[in-house]
Each structure stands twice: as C-alpha cells, then as structure tokens.
Design a protein around this ligand. Structure first.
Ligand SMILES: CC(C)(COP(=O)(O)OP(=O)(O)OC[C@H]1O[C@@H](n2cnc3c(N)ncnc32)[C@H](O)[C@@H]1OP(=O)(O)O)[C@@H](O)C(=O)NCCC(=O)NCCS
Length: 332
C-alpha cells in the first residue's frame, strides 16, 4: 500500500520515487493507507494544532482521513518526520480534480509536500490540483507560486459580536422556521440546497451520502438546522454549528434560499433566526465563511455587522499525468 518514500528535500514538482522502505526521520513518506501507528501520529499532530487554535483540515479532508485509516481507496497521505511527525499532507480526489491539504499550512516542508502530492496526482492521471490555505498571506502566495500554482478563489471568514445590537436586523419579518426532521426532510433539503448552490464547488451537487456524512459529525444536532417552508416545500434553510470555545462561537455553517424565493427578505430573516438560535445556545460571537466574489451574501452580512477576520485562499495548478495527458482545468 506504500506509494513512495522520499528522504530529504524534493525539488518542486518532482514526483516521488517508487516505494523503497521505511521513512527516515526528517524524510517524506507518501502512503495510500494509514496503519494504526501512522494514524495515531496524524491524530496527535492534528489534535495538538487544534488545541493551539491552528486550523487543520476541512470537512472533506476529515472524511478522507477516515478513508485512509479504514484503508478505503481514494486519498493519499504524506507524512514528514517519522518520529515525531512534524507535518502532514493529504491528497483527495474531488469531482473537480484533486485537493491537497498541508498541515500546518505554514510548514517548513510545505513545498516538499506539495511536490510529493503533485507527484502522486500525476501517477494517478493528473488533473487540476487545488490547495486551500487557511489564513493566506504573502508567504503562502509566494510558496504557491514557487510550486507553480495560481490563486483561484478567496474565502473570507467573517465575525460579529452576538447578540446583534437592537435594530441591526432590518425591518423585514423573521420567517417561521422549524428544526430539520431527518425522517422526512432529506429530499426536500437536498433539492433546495442544490438549487441554491448550483455550480458551487463544495456545497453544490450534494447527494444523500454527502448529506448523511455531514450529519454523522459529532457536533450535528437536527435542532441546529432551521428550515423555512412554503406550501409544504423547503425554500430555505440556515444550518448552524456551535463551537464550544471559550469564547463560544456560533457559525452560520450553510445558508441557502431557493432561487425562486430569493430577494424577498428570506435570507436576511434566516440569518437573523440562525444567529438568535446560536445566542440561545450560548454563543457570544458569530462566524461564517463566504466567497469573496459572493456580492449578495457579503452585502447581507455587512449589513448585520459582520467584518473580516481571516481570509483563506485556494491555489490551483494543472498536474500533467504520467501518461503525458494534461487534464482540463475545472475552474469553479
Ligand atoms: C445569499 C442568500 C442567502 C441571500 O438570500 P435572499 O433571500 O436572496 O436575500 P434577502 O432578500 O434577504 O436580501 C438580504 C440582503 O442581501 C443583499 N442582497 C440580496 N440579493 C442581492 C443581490 N442580487 N445583489 C446584491 N445584494 C443582494 C442585500 O444586502 C439584501 O438586503 P436589502 O434587501 O436590505 O438590500 C441567497 O442569495 C442565496 O441562497 N444564495 C446562494 C447560496 C449562498 O450564496 N449562500 C451564502 C453562502 S455564504
């Protein structure tokens, strides 16, 4: 199952050589399965970083980490430093190509991880490869450029103090909402979500399996997913997520309004309802992620008092497959 082991530094874009034994301390090991020891080392690294408030992996990569632990096909892991593990990379196949994670994002070995995982992607046919950096800076821009990647998307993390000051919410009526019902709402919620996020690279095109996986997360509570109906049909929803803190932060995790119901105050009402729900659960700060190009959502959040806290950036490169074929870049 070991895909490749590299001792020392790689030149940018050099593919890893074939498997040749155990990783050396300080070396890089590329595998497509995490045995118990490696899985424990990765868990320890990620837990330590999370405890220190350092961003680690997104939901899609967390799912892929489970696949690597379970020996399921589809993802590739890159471990740096055998004992202790000092950095971790992961390559995941997505509908739009490949996505790579580097943990921590500012790891000294980031260039080597990117090169090793680009090599792994090349060995699997190549295609567009994306790298999301939480808290992007000029350094990550330069690192990405050196690896042959260009900035594709920027995601803003916005925050606001809670509760919202009186009068902030606007004059529109707050819509009636009810908690999500897992027994009867799955098809209706998926239909609304997929219409609202049509073409969206992460949130669009969800199927029942994707939704079930998200709902299997330890933090999920159906009571935190507020739905709005019209004529018995779900026309919008606000999915909230509590971060225990301290301080307790409440996230607007996914919010979407069916295109047929947009522009008449529902999105604002759902956001306000979601934030009020989070305040009831103890949140003193609101947070959410929004694409820097989403003008409608940005205007809505700014009017409620959200301001930028952090910016995440997606870098993109086309990896040429080892068969020499260049897959078409799927821009999103
Ligand atoms: C963002 C979204 C939830 C807003 O819902 P909505 O019901 O259309 O919005 P509302 O009618 O409540 O309008 C609220 C505010 O949004 C802004 N807004 C809405 N549509 C807009 C548009 N086309 N252009 C610019 N601003 C817009 C305005 O500031 C508006 O306030 P105003 O009416 O006082 O001017 C909705 O457009 C949507 O579901 N989009 C697709 C999914 C998505 O992007 N979700 C957010 C991810 S972070």
């Amino acid at each position: 199952m070991v895909a490749g082991v590299v001792a020392g530094s790689l030149g940018a874009m050099a593919p890893p050589p074939a498997a040749s034994g155990r990783a050396l301390p300080g070396g890089i090991e590329v595998v497509d399965h995490l045995d118990a020891d490696r899985a424990a080392a990765v868990t320890a690294l990620l837990s330590g970083l999370r405890a220190a408030g350092v961003p680690t992996v997104n939901d899609g990569h967390a799912d892929a980490l489970e696949d690597l632990r379970a020996g399921r096909d589809g993802a590739v892991a890159c471990l740096v430093g055998a004992d202790p593990l000092t950095a971790y990379g992961q390559l995941v196949r997505t509908p739009a190509g490949w996505e790579v994670a580097v943990v921590p994002t500012g790891a000294a070995a980031a260039a080597d991880i990117l090169a090793a995982l680009a090599g792994a992607a090349a060995a699997r046919g190549g295609g567009p490869m994306r790298w999301w950096v939480a808290g992007a800076t000029g350094d990550s821009d330069r690192l990405a450029a050196a690896a042959g990647m260009t900035a594709e998307r920027t995601l803003l993390q916005l925050r606001c103090p809670l509760p919202l000051p009186a009068g902030t919410a606007g004059s529109g009526p707050v819509p009636a909402t009810r908690p999500f019902d897992p027994d009867r709402d799955v098809p209706g919620w998926l239909a609304c979500n997929n219409r609202a996020f049509a073409g969206h690279p992460e949130q669009g095109g969800w199927d029942e399996a994707t939704f079930a996986r998200r709902r299997a997360a330890s933090w999920f509570d159906p009571g935190d997913l507020l739905v709005a109906e019209e004529g018995g049909r779900i026309i919008g929803s606000c999915w909230t997520k509590l971060h225990p803190g301290p301080p307790v932060a409440g996230e607007i995790y996914v919010i979407g309004v069916d295109p047929s119901a947009q522009g008449r105050g529902l999105g604002r009402g759902l956001t306000v309802a979601g934030l009020a729900h989070l305040v009831d659960r103890g949140a003193t700060e609101g947070l959410l992620y929004v694409d820097a190009s989403n003008a409608a959502a940005l205007a809505l959040y700014a009017s409620l008092g959200f301001v930028e806290h952090r910016r995440d950036r997606c870098y993109l490169m086309d990896v040429v497959g080892e068969d020499g074929q260049r897959a078409t870049t799927a821009r999103s």
